[in-house]
Ligand binder design. Sequence first.
Ligand code: URA
Length: 227
Amino acid sequence: MRLDKFLSEANVASRKAIKQMIKEARVRVDGVPAKSPDQKIDEHTSQVMVDGKEIRLGGRIVLMLHKPAGFVTSTSDPRDRTVMELLPAEYQKLFPVGRLDKETEGMLLFTNDGELGHRLTAPKHQVEKRYYAETDGQPDEKDAEAFRQGIILRDGTKCLPAELEPFPGGCYVTVREGKYHQVRRMLASRGKPVTYLRREMEGGLKLGGLRPGEFRILQDEEVINLL
Ligand code: URA
C-alpha cells in the first residue's frame, strides 16, 4: 500500500498535508525517515510513526488544546474564528469534544473517535470538569453549600450537585454535566458573575503547563485512563 494512502486512511491528514509532513521528515517507516508519498509499506507489518506516534489503520487520535479566548468551538462558522484555526492541516479531520464558550479558555479535547467523544459528553457518564473562575464578588462557604445542594439557575433549571472551593477573587468549580454557559450561570445565580473562566481538568486529565494556543497529542496511556 502507498504510504500516503495509508496515512490518509488512518485519518492522519489530507493527502496534501501528508506530502508536506513527509517532506519535513516527520514520518518514519520502520525507524527510517520516509522518502516519498508513494513509498510502499505493508499496512500489517510496517511500523509507521508520525511525530513519534505510531499510526495504525482505524487508529484513534486524541488531542488536547489550550483554547485561548476569542475562538468559537465549532468546525466552521461564517462570522467567527473557530478553534480549528488553532490546529495545523494534519489535524483538521478531528472534531472538538464538547464545547467551551467563546470567551472561556482552557482544556478542549479533539478526537477522530465518535464513540470516545460521546462517552465524554453523554450526561449519563457524568465526566468531571474542573474550572478556575475569577468573579465579581467573593464566593464563600454559603455558595459552596448551595453548589453541594444543586444550584437552581435563573431560568429554573436544576443543576447536579457540584463543588465550589473559594480563593481570593474567585473559586474553583467542579461540575459533572455540560449545560449551556453552565459555570457562568451557576455563579451568576449566586450574584457572583464570572469575569474570567478557564477549564483546568476533564476526566482526570490536567491542562498542566500547556499555554494558550498550544496543543499536544495524548499518549495511549492517557487515553486509556480517560476511558
Ligand atoms: N461553563 C461555562 O459557563 N462556560 C464554559 O465554556 C464551560 C463551562
